[in-house]
Write a protein that binds this ligand. Structure first.
Ligand code: HEC
Length: 154
C-alpha cells in the first residue's frame, strides 16, 4: 500500500512540473554571473530553437538583426553591421556564455557596449520609456534564443 501511494505522489509531481518551472524562474536582479557565464537556466525549461529564431528576428523582441548580420537568416531584410556576424557563434561561445551575453552584455563586454541587456532592468543607454522596469525578453525567450544560437556552428 505504501509503495502504491508513493508511486501516485511521484506521478503527480511529474504532472505539475511544467507549471512549477514558472515558479522557479530567476528574476532579472537574481541572475548570477560567474566569470562571463550564466550557468543556470533561467527557467529550467529547455530552450526551443525555432521559437528562439523568431524572437531573434522579431523587431519588437530581440531585433538582433538591427545590429548583427546572420547569413542563415539572410531572407530577413534588415542586416545591421555594427556588431559581429553571428554565423558560427556557437563555435566561439558556450551556451552559458551566450546566456550571459543576452541577459546583460555589459557584464561580458564593457559598460559602454551598444548591445542592450535583454533580461536586465538596466537595459542600456537608450531605454524606451515603455520598457522601464521591464525586460525586453522573457526568461523563456532568453532560453529559446540561446538554444537557437547554439545551432549556429560552421
Ligand atoms: C544595438 C545593437 C545590438 C543589438 C540590438 C544586439 N547586439 Fe549583440 N552585440 C552588439 C555589439 C556591438 C557586440 C560586440 C561586443 C561589443 O563590442 O560590445 C555584440 C556581441 C554579441 C555577441 C558576441 C558575438 C561574437 O561573436 O563575439 C552575441 C552572441 C550577440 N551579440 C548576440 C545578440 C543577440 C542574440 C541579440 C538579440 C537578442 C543581439 N545580440 C542584439 C550589438 C548589438
Amino acid at each position: 500500500m505504501r509503495r502504491i501511494l508513493a508511486g501516485a505522489a511521484c506521478a503527480i509531481a511529474l504532472a505539475v512540473h511544467p507549471l512549477a518551472a514558472f515558479a522557479d524562474e530567476i528574476a532579472p536582479a537574481d541572475v548570477a554571473f560567474d566569470d562571463m557565464k550564466v550557468t543556470t537556466s533561467l527557467t529550467g525549461v529547455p530552450g526551443n530553437p525555432e521559437e528562439g529564431a523568431k524572437a531573434f528576428a522579431n523587431r519588437g523582441l530581440g531585433n538582433c538583426l538591427a545590429c548583427h548580420a546572420l547569413e542563415a537568416l539572410s531572407k530577413e531584410q534588415f542586416h545591421g553591421d555594427v556588431a559581429p556576424t553571428l554565423d558560427g557563434v556557437a563555435d566561439r561561445w558556450s551556451p552559458e556564455e551566450l546566456r550571459a551575453i543576452i541577459v546583460d552584455a555589459k557584464q561580458v563586454f564593457t559598460e559602454e557596449t551598444m548591445m542592450p541587456g535583454f533580461y536586465s532592468l538596466n537595459v542600456g543607454l537608450n531605454v524606451r520609456k515603455d520598457l522601464v522596469g521591464k525586460t525586453v525578453l522573457t526568461a523563456q525567450q532568453v532560453e529559446d534564443v540561446v538554444a537557437f544560437l547554439a545551432t549556429l556552428k560552421e
